[in-house]
Write a protein that binds this ligand. Structure first.
Ligand code: GLA
Length: 438
């Protein structure tokens, strides 16, 4: 018992919390308590001078609904975990062994209530509906009311998104095209505004000036694909299919759209693409966030021409990842028992590597000089298209001597869709190319 207490104290005093000012895509993020940020299929709402991030509070073992979580921030980079605002319900559409995904929250201007909509389903994805919940405060307990209704019937569809127009009208976006206008209290859908031909899954809408945009993905389960977009001058259409917004074959920089958040700063707005880099089955640990600034051309076309590892959300400028080279080379291993051991002096590490269709999960652990494990993180080295880049940045520690250990776990992401089609990796390779220390 005494040993445990001592270990805990050592771990607490070793971890420091440093404010950061860049958004870094594709790596596990930690909150102000040093815990993993678990908010997938997310959205951001600004309210009361803060940003609020809502998302699926994923588990590492099952796809069953784990609750929807809420984080707050004053700068879109440093996040504080508020709470699970809608936990697993005792029974019903978000009860045990259900699915709850793509949670979206909007403040309804006519009632002042915070209205949450989400994809609800059975575990086999055969009973899709849109769940409706409300709370009088943004980070309070959301009360689940049941399915969102249209003409007295539940909307029986899966991937969804929401959009709030400048006049406060709320919209529900549905996979494969339907866009519903919500009633003025946001508690039902009151009209089917348009059915956009050629749409896929993961709808995310935003408006810039008088142009509306909707992003969408192909239907490949947790696998990434090349997402595309449409534009229109009215939500009712006509909508024009514009093509891809990321380089073809990059599979949307290895992500799937979930939301676009306009970051307003003085007189500038940066439209931030928010995507999920899923990692089944270890979504809570290893699925990461791909948040990238969207570029606009004079004809209102959009693109994310390059994947920017780190950038400042207010300037939209790319930033350096702090650190100096400690190790570089090629270290590849695909079975347990192999370890890359990296002693370092400093306050943290960044690790770069290659992800590929033979990639698996690595465990990256940081120990202090007494051999005490300070932190351990699962990192996913799978991607259908190969990519070399940043895969991990450690938590911040008091400057000192530490050892990082990287080892394959022998596990890799693999899953099937409801038609039984197999997706994912075929091996558990881990490839490291560079380590920097800060
Ligand atoms: C797609 C959807 C996700 C989730 C998975 C399940 O990626 O966009 O929200 O439903 O399929 O396979």
């Amino acid at each position: 018992m005494k040993k445990h207490l001592l270990s805990l104290t050592a771990a607490i005093i070793t971890l420091t919390i440093t404010a950061h000012d860049t958004i870094i895509s594709g790596i596990p993020w930690y909150d102000d308590n040093g815990d993993i940020i678990n908010a997938h299929g997310a959205c951001i709402v600004e309210d009361g001078g803060k940003y609020w991030l809502f998302g699926e509070y994923k588990s590492d073992t099952t796809n069953a609904f784990p609750g929807f979580g809420c984080y707050s921030s004053s700068d879109l980079v440093n996040w504080h975990f508020e709470r699970v605002v809608l936990p697993v319900q005792p029974s019903g559409m978000l009860g045990p062994n259900s699915v709850g995904e793509r949670v979206k929250v909007m403040r309804c201007p006519s009632t002042g209530m915070y209205v949450m909509l989400a994809h609800t389903d059975s575990l086999d994805y055969r009973k899709p509906m849109v769940g409706l919940a409300t709370s009088p405060t943004i980070n309070g307990d959301y009360t689940l009311h049941g399915p969102l209704m249209y003409k007295g019937e539940p909307i029986r569809k899966w991937d969804m998104g929401t959009f709030q127009d400048n006049d406060g009208t709320g919209y529900l976006l549905i996979h494969h095209g339907p866009v519903y206008r919500l009633a003025s209290d946001y508690m039902s859908a009151d009209s089917l505004v348009v059915d956009i031909k050629g749409m896929g899954e993961a709808p995310a809408m935003f408006r810039r000036g008088n142009t509306y945009y909707i992003l969408t993905s192909g239907l490949t389960s947790w696998e990434r694909n090349d997402n595309w977009y449409f534009t229109a001058h009215s939500i009712a259409g006509p909508w024009t299919r514009k093509g891809l917004f990321c380089p073809e074959g990059s599979l949307t920089h290895n992500s799937q759209a979930t939301f676009v958040y306009p970051i307003v700063h003085n007189s500038d707005t940066t439209y931030m693409y928010m995507g999920d880099r899923w990692s089944f089955p270890h979504q809570a640990s290893s699925a990461t966030y791909v948040w990238q600034p969207i570029s606009f051309s004079s004809d209102n076309s959009i693109s994310i021409p390059q994947y920017i590892e780190a950038w400042n959300p207010y300037s939209a400028q790319a930033a350096e990842i702090p650190g100096r080279d400690l190790w570089s080379g090629t270290w590849t291993a695909d079975s347990t028992g192999n370890k890359l051991v990296i002693p370092f002096h400093g306050s943290g590490l960044a690790i770069y590597g290659t992800t590929s269709n033979r990639g698996g999960y690595a465990r990256i652990s940081v120990y202090d000089t007494s051999g005490l494990l300070l932190h351990s993180q699962l990192v996913d080295f799978y991607s259908k298209v190969s990519h070399n880049g940043l895969v991990y940045i450690s938590r911040d520690y008091h400057p000192g001597n530490y050892t990082a250990v990287i080892e394959p776990t022998g596990e890799f992401p693999v899953w099937s869709n409801k038609k039984g089609h197999r997706f994912g990796s075929t091996a558990c390779t881990v490839t490291i190319s560079r380590v920097t220390v800060r």
